[in-house]
Ligand binder design. Sequence first.
Ligand code: C2E
Ligand code: SIN
Ligand code: SIN
Ligand code: FE
Ligand code: FE
Length: 428
Amino acid sequence: MAFLIQFLHVPTLSIGTIPIMATMNDTAIQAKLEALVRVGVSLSSVGDLDLLLGRIVAEAMPLTGADGASLYLRRGDRLEFHTSRNRTLEARGPEVMERLFQRFEVAVDETSMAGWCALTGEILNLPDVQSSDDPRFRYNPSFDQRAGYQSRSMLAAPLLDRNNQAVGVIQLWNAMEEGRIVPFDGTAEMLIRGFASQAGVALANALLNEELRKAHQETLFRLSSAAEYRDKETSNHIKRMSHFTRIAAHAIGMSETDVEMLFCSAPMHDIGKIGIPDHILLKPGLLTPQERAIMESHAVIGAHILKDSTVPVVKQAAIIALNHHEKFDGTGYPQGIKGEDIPLEGRIVALADVFDALSSRRCYKDAWPEPKVVAFLMEQRDRHFEGRIVDAFLDHLDEARAIGLSHQDSPEDFENMVDFTRLPIPEL
Ligand code: C2E
Ligand code: SIN
Ligand code: SIN
Ligand code: FE
Ligand code: FE
């Protein structure tokens, strides 16, 4: 027990105004503290932000006996309302919370309960928000009115990172005891204090992860589109073909994680075109055999640019760059490998890349109508492409069509690429 209290950095047992031992015996508190330690350990292992937010809210309720919980994320000097759970409302049906959920923000200042918590770093415990005599902490009744709910007791705690900065706020509603709404007691306050500091650190880590992942992904996308200034393909090709890759990968039953990774690595498949001379890359007509041989080296050049990375998504991108022009029957390049000797990601991207190349205009060809593209894919079952990937992809042709429509090339895309001296100054 003493160890647990120390662990939670709770200096004394007399936090707040309500005595801790009022409602619980020693064993009950010990059980709660042990639950808190377990929860803290389990939170620290969740790297995904949305999962983590859901977990924080779900764990906080049983810990404190709350009927509902909301979570705010801090973005600068604003708090964004993010995740919400409510046992009473959820019992009325799965769609009820969905309907009531509204995105809103409050400022990090003293004008709202959540804002006050984030600003001061203090816990706020109100026995009855309806009759609070502090106007700052008077409850805005619009949610209760829409929901047909009665918010009374409220406990709000800032989620603090290692520097004691609030990265979020958790707000708990209506402590329940034998079906009645009661105030949150000192035990709940103590528990939420310990919980909030663990959740805060986990949240700060997840936010940092998210930022790194975004920076990483954006850099890869921008690097991929650098090749586009050498090629008459537009960035839309890169976007469309990564979406087609995602559709095909999902359709053959890949896991969500693998699908997302492929979505991030596929854009780099043609990065090696950076190394192909203009007179070949931009040639309006058909390539001679010699030119063709040079053109084909883009697969190996790409593999060199991306090789030896320790980052999984870049490793995969290297495999894709090298293998996206191999054919299932062994007649592709650069190695002429066949069947399952071709890495699966190469087989998937081959289909996505050609599907887009045929469906759109290139400097050397016009766009093909959809039925002609579909007929080509069918004809190339187990020749250029693996048959089951063709079948799975064509089962989701409507999704691919929607992507094509939402990322169309415009005539200006091509004109800009004809003469780089006429590129407009971008707005920064
Ligand atoms: P890309 O334009 O992205 O084309 C990717 C792949 O789509 C091609 O790989 C090919 O498998 C398929 N594809 C594209 N257009 C057609 C077509 O009209 N008919 C058929 N049957 N398949 C088509 P491939 O052939 O290995 O070419 C790789 C890259 O080489 C192309 O990427 C493009 O950048 C360039 N390229 C290929 N042929 C020519 C050409 O005749 N002239 C020029 N200027 N570039 C070419
Ligand atoms: C707040 O004041 O903390 C948020 C608004 C509300 O739930 O009343
Ligand atoms: C992405 O950045 O998520 C892919 C590009 C797009 O289609 O928006
Ligand atoms: Fe290619
Ligand atoms: Fe391509």
